[in-house]
Design a protein around this ligand. Structure first.
Ligand code: OAD
Length: 232
């Protein structure tokens, strides 16, 4: 059985990473167009670098929660038949042990060189303009996909969604495309669709099944159920 799991900010909420659109969401202190667009970076690179430096630093004080760990257990069970697609720029899936993983909106712990397009792993601040390890230019920006930019690996994701048997959406509001369209694509090819969310969304697609609850509870429960059904 081939499974694609799409995750959003809700899966990391209980780890202490704020979501985007809930109350106290990340954007409350900053208007999105002030920090998450290429135009904002051109206008005020210091503000944007400082904003993402702070978010990168904050990763040091958060840990994967039971939902991230459950998806790592699912990979141990399904191997290549599982692809986790995350919209999150935190590194909690990776730290939990998931390896078949696409960071479609980029990663805080990578930099992107605007001179040579290298994407080096990056754990420090970018505000002081360190040189790119590949080309030496002081042209590094956060490797985060901003509004108006193309997400990563959309072809690979669409292939996986178009050939999956089960599509599961975890903790995402379905407000941002192309991710918001994947459930409809999965449904169109006959896959079963399941939503796991604290507050289920009412998007363009009606999921076959919806389970409401915090990710740390509903995700491990679903994963254990799936593993039991395969064992029995
Ligand atoms: P949102 O902030 O839009 O939505 C968060 C979702 O998580 C909501 O549907 C909540 O109901 C749900 N949620 C909150 N706490 C939860 C919990 N404990 N357990 C389960 N679910 C919970 O975040 P995303 O959908 O991820 O893009 O946002 C998508 C994209 O919009 C982000 O990747 C980002 C942003 O603009 C870029 O940066 C390009």
């Amino acid at each position: 059985m081939r499974v694609v799991v799409l995750t959003g900010a809700g899966i990391s909420a209980e780890s202490g990473v704020p979501t985007f659109r809930d109350a106290n969401g990340l954007w409350e202190g900053h208007r999105v167009e002030d920090v998450a667009t290429p135009e904002a970076f051109e206008r005020d690179p210091v503000l944007v670098q400082r904003f993402y430096d702070a978010r990168r630093r904050a990763l040091a004080s958060v840990d994967p929660n039971p939902a991230h760990r459950a998806l790592a257990r699912l990979e141990a069970e399904l191997g290549d038949d599982l692809l986790v697609v995350t919209q999150n720029v935190d590194d909690l899936h990776g730290r939990a042990g998931t390896t078949r993983l696409v960071h479609m909106h980029g990663e805080l712990r990578r930099a992107l060189c605007t001179a040579c397009a290298a994407r080096p792993a990056w754990h420090d601040d970018l505000i002081d303009g360190p040189p790119c390890p590949a080309c030496g230019e002081r042209a590094l920006r956060p490797d985060v996909v901003w509004f108006g930019e193309m997400p990563y690996e959309t072809d690979r994701i669409e292939r996986a969604v178009a050939t999956c048997d089960l599509f599961v959406s975890v903790g995402t509001s379905g407000a941002v495309y192309p991710a918001a369209g994947y459930a409809a694509l999965a449904a169109a090819v006959g896959a079963r669709t399941l939503e796991l969310n604290l507050v289920p969304t009412m998007g363009i697609v009606a999921f076959d099944e919806v389970r409401a609850g915090p990710a740390s509870v509903v995700v491990p429960r679903w994963v254990d159920e799936l593993r039991r059904s395969r064992a029995g």
